[in-house]
Structures are given as structure tokens and as C-alpha cells.
Design a protein around this ligand. Structure first.
Ligand SMILES: Cc1ncc(COP(=O)(O)O)c(C=O)c1O
Length: 389
């Protein structure tokens, strides 16, 4: 007899994470240099920690309103109004447990079973949530050689009366690519015209590494919020990933619809954390600039290092803290990443985790010190010089 629960087939279809497999193997080894980390390596700024502790001390441990602390919804709306010169109101904001929950809800709410969802490959793990929700992914491929930029005309050409949603992610994980205004505008305009939902994961929206290039948010460039759900969080911007605080932004009507789902997922978010987020969003912002400056310095160096690494084709990522150089097309990233870990003790993430078209690439994170980056590349360069693909 089967000794486990007879699971919902939607659960059975979810894969075990290849990212976890790398981490679990690395955990059994010593002297591993990690270029695999997907979260900021900086401490959470002290004023945010103080606000969190203060909230706990003041007894802010009760349920809050289900859509979020009113002051926080207001502060998030005002933050984007200031950044993009737009007109959000608190009712356009739904507070969630990180961007992950906002994405999970957006996908489950907007994806209709049997209908198509356009995604850009390499694509972050939410692809599996689309499949779990019964959506049929339609992949638009991008390459390292082109800096993983997507041609908006390809996205538009893939739209049909079977399309219910389009998922975009700029700056992207795993590529760090940032889409220009023209790309975001063209995709959002056409989706809006056809009544297709745009789910725009903007969790890295404040980690923009190219100076003097204004970030193109779908919030600013979509014709309206009627068909847009933008998601983001405090995790990356303020280095508070473990505090789990994010949001979804859309029209008031859409936010009310999402609240119905939110009620059954978390009901209301961690109250003390919402006070920490309020301080993050309304307090001094120079901590963000300091972190971005350091990511930029690392990005510049890593682009140089990649260009000198045998077999690698790189590009310059405009945001986040990832680069995903490709190897020759015959390379199998799962095999390469595991051998690189076991033989050179450098942990990277196989590109194949983000789609079959990028199975010859490796995701490298620079959310780690410059010393680790230098040492890891030295090992990696020597190891790759001995490989033939
Ligand atoms: C593209 C992308 N979206 C969403 C998330 C989740 O963010 P959060 O920690 O806010 O849930 C991550 C985390 O790595 C990410 O890389």
C-alpha cells in the first residue's frame, strides 16, 4: 500500500528545486565559495531593525486589517508616486508576505485553466506556479549574447485569444537584465488593448546598476492599472528578505478581488514586520544607494572576469545581483554546475533550472563579497580551462 498521502496531482507536478539540490550538496562539503546566493549580503539597516523591535515592544502583535496596515499601504503608494510621478492611492496596494506571495496570488487569480501564459525564458520559479494553476506557458526565448533582452514584437506576436496573462520580470532573476521603456510600453499597451493580464514582478526595481537610465516600471508605462498586477517587496531593496514583507499593486477593483484570495492564504501579514517596512519605505533611503553602489562595483568587476573566463559568453546586467553567462551549446548546466562544485568548490546555479533553452548557462550571483568573487573566479577559470565542450 502507498504509505504517503495520495496527493493532489497539482502538487505532484511541482518539481524539487535544482537550486536546493546545489545548496544541499554544498552543505555537505567544506571550503565552498558561493556564487549562488539569491539575497542581499548586507545587514538590514539598523533603523529598520529598531522599528521592528519597537513595534514588538509596543505590543504590535495583533491581527491587522487584511489588506495591510493603512499607513503602510499609503506609504507604498506614495513611494511609487514619488519615484514614477504617478497617482496611486492606498487602495491600490495589497500588503503580502513578500513578493512570492503576491506572485502566487496574482498567478492563481489571473491564470485561467487551459489558457496560455506568455513567459520570457530564462524564467524564475513562478513558471511552476503557472502550471500548477492550470496555465499553459508559452515561452519566448532570449540569449546571453543579446543580454537576455526580449523583443517585444515576439511577445506581441505570441498573444492570441487563448492568452490570459503575460509574466514579465525586469530586472530579472536569473539574468539581471533590465528592459528598456520601449519594451515595457509596447508589451503593456498591447496587453491592455486586448484585455490580457500583465503580471510584472519588480522585486529588484530599486537595484538598478546603470546610472542615468531611469527604471522602466510597468506601473509608469502601462496605459492603466486595469490589466496590470505589479509585485515587489522590501526583501532586496532593504536587505530584509527574512522579514517577508511585500505587496501587489493594481486597480482598486483588482485589489479587492485579490483580497478574497489573500484572506485564505495569510489573512493578514506579520504586524510588527509591517512597522519595520513602514520605516524602510518612509525612513532614510541612503542605505539603498549605498548597497546599489557596491553591487555596481561588483557587477563591473564580474563583467570583466566573465570576459576572461574560458568558454563563457557574458554581457552587462543592468540590475539585480545576477549574471547568467552561457557556455558552448553542448554544455549541460546541471552536470557542469555539479562538477564545478565538487571539483573546484564553487557553487553556482545551473541555467537549466530556468528553462531548457538556457541549459548551457550558469547563474552567478554577486550578492557576496569582492574577495569571494575574485577567489571563486580564479578557481572557476582554472577549472573551465581544462574542460572541452
Ligand atoms: C524574481 C523574484 N521574484 C520574487 C522573489 C521573492 O521575493 P520575496 O523575498 O519578496 O518573496 C524573488 C526572490 O529571490 C525573485 O528573485
Amino acid at each position: 500500500m502507498n504509505r504517503s498521502i495520495d496527493w493532489n496531482p497539482a502538487l505532484e507536478r511541482l518539481p524539487f528545486s535544482p537550486i536546493r539540490r546545489m545548496f544541499n550538496t554544498a552543505a555537505t562539503m567544506t571550503d565552498v565559495l558561493h556564487l549562488s546566493i539569491g539575497q542581499p549580503d548586507f545587514p538590514t539597516p539598523p533603523h529598520i531593525i529598531e522599528a521592528h523591535v519597537k513595534a514588538l515592544r509596543e505590543g504590535r502583535t495583533r491581527y491587522e486589517l487584511d489588506a495591510g496596515l493603512p499607513q503602510l499601504r499609503d506609504a507604498v503608494a506614495k513611494l511609487y508616486n514619488r519615484l514614477y510621478d504617478i497617482r496611486l492611492e492606498p487602495e491600490n496596494v495589497l500588503i503580502t508576505t513578500g513578493c512570492c506571495q503576491a506572485m502566487y496570488m496574482a498567478i492563481h487569480a489571473a491564470v485561467r485553466p487551459g489558457m496560455e501564459v506568455i513567459v520570457v525564458e530564462p524564467v524564475f520559479v513562478f513558471l511552476h506556479v503557472i502550471e500548477q494553476a492550470g496555465g499553459v506557458p508559452v515561452r519566448i526565448m532570449t540569449t546571453a549574447k543579446e543580454g537576455y533582452q526580449v523583443d517585444p514584437q515576439k511577445v506581441i506576436a505570441a498573444m492570441s485569444d487563448r492568452t490570459c496573462a503575460i509574466m514579465i520580470n525586469s530586472p530579472g532573476n536569473p539574468t539581471g537584465s533590465v528592459y528598456p521603456k520601449e519594451t515595457i510600453t509596447a508589451i503593456c499597451r498591447e496587453a491592455d488593448r486586448r484585455g490580457i493580464a500583465i503580471i510584472s514582478d519588480e522585486v529588484y526595481d530599486r537595484l538598478i546598476l546603470d546610472e542615468d537610465v531611469p527604471y522602466a516600471s510597468a506601473l509608469k508605462h502601462a496605459p492603466s492599472l486595469d490589466h496590470l498586477i505589479m509585485t515587489s517587496s522590501c526583501s532586496k531593496t532593504y536587505s530584509m528578505a527574512g522579514l517577508r514583507l511585500g505587496w501587489a499593486i493594481s486597480s482598486k477593483q483588482n485589489i479587492e478581488a485579490l483580497q478574497r484570495l489573500h484572506m485564505f492564504i495569510s489573512t493578514t501579514e506579520n504586524t510588527a514586520t509591517q512597522y519595520a517596512a513602514l520605516e524602510a519605505v518612509t525612513g532614510p533611503q541612503d542605505c539603498v544607494g549605498t548597497m546599489v553602489k557596491e553591487y555596481r562595483r561588483r557587477r563591473d568587476r564580474i563583467v570583466q572576469l566573465v570576459s576572461k573566463t574560458p568558454h563563457m559568453t557574458g554581457y552587462s546586467p543592468g540590475g539585480a545581483f545576477f549574471i547568467m553567462p552561457s557556455l558552448p551549446s553542448a554544455a549541460d548546466s546541471f552536470d557542469v554546475a555539479m562538477r564545478l562544485l565538487k571539483e573546484a568548490r564553487v557553487c553556482t546555479i545551473p541555467g537549466g533550472a530556468f528553462g531548457t533553452s538556457c541549459n548551457n548557462a550558469l547563474r552567478i550571483s554577486f550578492a557576496t563579497s569582492m574577495e569571494t568573487i575574485e577567489a571563486a573566479f580564479e578557481r572557476m577559470q582554472q577549472w573551465l580551462a581544462r574542460q572541452s565542450f
